[in-house]
Ligand binder design. Structure first.
Ligand code: NAP
Length: 301
């Protein structure tokens, strides 16, 4: 058996299409254009690529994109002043401060300065608390992308055994809350978990958010399981084999695991593209909430 490929490129394009349609309606019927402000401090090369891609996709779905590229030596006071200004700007519905921030800036302080209503990354402590207590929250984009994909593939997840490997604040923990809400039986594994392979082999849904290249092998996975690979790992390669000198792989040994899984996301082309699509849908949702308008269906947790 070879598992079904869960195509994140295709599915994220469908989400962007839905967002784009809703944005058009908002502009035509309400005279409101959703706006996303992205702040980048410093010149981290990966962050620059992400910010560029976010800005491009924001414009493509018809939203306003506001980009703030700040010097790496920007002070906390200057950054907080900008956030305050954006919090009070009616044209800005979503604010994202690209992480990681330079070492002299306190990320928690900065994130918690963003209005929770505009916190489209879902990292503000209020949103973390709302999600953890099963209330309406802004949900972090990567776990939201995983959830939408699982709903599309499985539908009702009630009673399924879900195992998440990784307990980070941005992926593992929010994912656990989302799947508890879906009535899964959820286990969160991490670097201290014992007999992790045996544990994983009981999962109907296996989510890998570890950051270890191809850690999860075929014999870790239950026959027919749905496997979601969040990992993005760069592996050096000989320039004679690959002119880029590296390739990107996930936390799952895709070639092995696809023989056993019922469905599996590839890397690249799986959860990666879902993350930005969910950032756009979060911005749309924030705009609807700010204007007391009905929220779009099928794009939220
Ligand atoms: P993180 O903060 O480094 O957390 C990694 C987690 O994996 C930790 O909980 C750690 O356990 C656990 N872990 C590490 N080695 C392990 C092992 N050998 N066995 C079991 N658990 C182990 O990483 P993250 O931010 O959640 O990201 C995880 C991966 O997803 C990375 O590859 C990242 O690049 C990728 N990612 C992708 C997207 C996307 O858009 N697709 C978004 C975010 C992240 P401890 O807590 O015990 O240390």
């Amino acid at each position: 058996m070879v598992g079904k490929l869960l195509d994140g490129k295709n599915f994220s394009a469908q989400i962007r299409e839905k967002v784009s349609l809703q944005v058009k309606k908002l502009i035509e019927n309400e005279g409101v254009t959703p706006g996303l402000a992205v702040i980048l401090v410093g010149e981290d090369p990966a962050s620059q690529v992400y910010v560029k891609s976010k800005g491009k996709q924001t414009v493509e779905v018809g939203m306003n994109s506001y980009e703030y590229r700040l010097d790496k030596n920007t002070s906390e006071k200057e950054l907080l002043t900008l956030i305050k200004k954006l919090n009070n700007d009616k044209n800005v519905h979503g604010i994202l401060c690209q992480l990681p921030l330079p070492d002299h800036l306190n990320s928690d302080l900065v994130i918690n300065a963003i209005s929770p209503h505009k916190d489209v990354d879902g990292f503000h402590i209020s949103n973390v608390g709302l999600l953890g207590t099963g209330q309406k929250a802004m949900v972090p984009c990567t776990p939201l992308g995983c959830l939408l994909m699982l709903r599309e593939e499985i539908g009702d997840m009630s009673g399924k055994n879900a195992i998440i490997i990784g307990r980070s604040n941005i992926v593992g923990k929010p994912m656990a809350h989302l799947l508890i809400k879906e009535n899964c039986t959820v286990t969160v594994a991490h670097s201290r978990t014992k007999k992790i392979q045996k544990l994983c082999s009981t999962a109907d849904i296996l989510i890998a958010a570890v950051g270890r290249p191809e850690l999860i092998k075929e014999d870790w996975v239950k026959e027919g399981a749905t496997v979601i690979d969040v990992g993005i790992n760069r592996i050096e390669q000989d320039l004679n084999i690959n002119p880029k000198g590296y390739k990107i792989v996930g936390d799952v040994d895709f070639e092995g695991v696809k023989k056993r899984a019922g469905a599996i996301t590839p890397v690249p082309g799986g959860i990666g593209p879902m993350t930005i699509a969910c950032l756009l849908s979060n911005t749309l949702v924030a705009c609807c909430r700010a204007n007391n308008l009905q929220e779009p269906k099928g794009l939220t947790a």
